[in-house]
Design a protein around this ligand. Structure first.
Ligand code: 99T
Length: 200
């Protein structure tokens, strides 16, 4: 399999952390791209031109990061990142919460790339309010993530570290001490250390 990804992309990072945590590194070749340059290898795998995309050995491709993570989860029995049973929708809802914080952060960041006089500040402010409300719920929920690794853990950690990476003016640790303590420990995992975001 080939995982087509970009180094700054948090959605790619979700997939890369999942590969490592599921013990699949030996089966996945990583292909680094810059999505904004529309490389052929990416467009062939994902007509939307977004990373990540996963090219399977039989020629099919999967996207987006949710689908890729679910597929990777199906390839090895443990750890079960998206469990069945009563826990399933708690995990999915928490993963969606952190993914939504991520979406808002990426949207706010993209606006910052525009020339200053072309930025739509009310839109950026709206994203930042969503980030603030999302973080408040993540702070309340973090204790319930539990010790067993799930996709929600990965999403929480990737979203928080993306804020640090791209929106460092969102100072969240003092106001969200439980999240800060949780991330300090979780970010020590080899899968997190090996996938730190880097500017492309
Ligand atoms: O939108 C584009 O044309 C290129 N953008 C991407 O490929 C971004 C990179 S994050 N990926 C997505 O938007 C994927 C979202 C999708 N729902 C998923 O896979 O979950 C780049 C952020 C940054 O550089 O700061």
């Amino acid at each position: 399999m080939q995982l087509i990804y970009a180094k700054p992309s948090p959605y790619s990072r979700k997939a890369r952390v999942t590969v490592l945590e599921k013990g699949l590194a030996g089966r996945v070749e990583e292909v680094v791209v810059s999505p904004m340059e529309d490389p052929a290898v990416l467009l062939e795998a994902n007509p939307l031109g977004k990373v990540p995309a996963l090219r399977l050995d039989d020629g099919r491709s999967l996207y987006d990061s949710w689908v890729i993570c679910e597929y990777l989860d199906s390839l090895a029995p443990t750890p079960r990142l998206i469990p069945d049973g009563p826990a399933r929708f708690d995990v999915l809802r928490r993963a969606a919460l952190a993914d939504g914080v991520l979406d808002a952060a990426v949207t706010a960041r993209m606006e910052l790339l525009r020339p200053e006089d072309k930025r739509w500040t009310p839109w950026t402010d709206r994203q930042r309010r969503a980030i603030g409300r999302g973080l408040a719920v993540m702070e309340r929920d973090v204790a319930a993530l539990g010790a067993e690794l799930t996709l929600a853990h990965i999403e929480f950690a990737v979203a928080l570290e993306y804020l640090d990476f791209r929106l460092p003016d969102v100072v969240w640790r003092d106001t969200h001490p439980a999240l800060a303590a949780w991330l300090a420990e979780f970010s020590q995992r080899p899968s997190m250390q090996a996938t730190r975001p880097q500017p492309s």
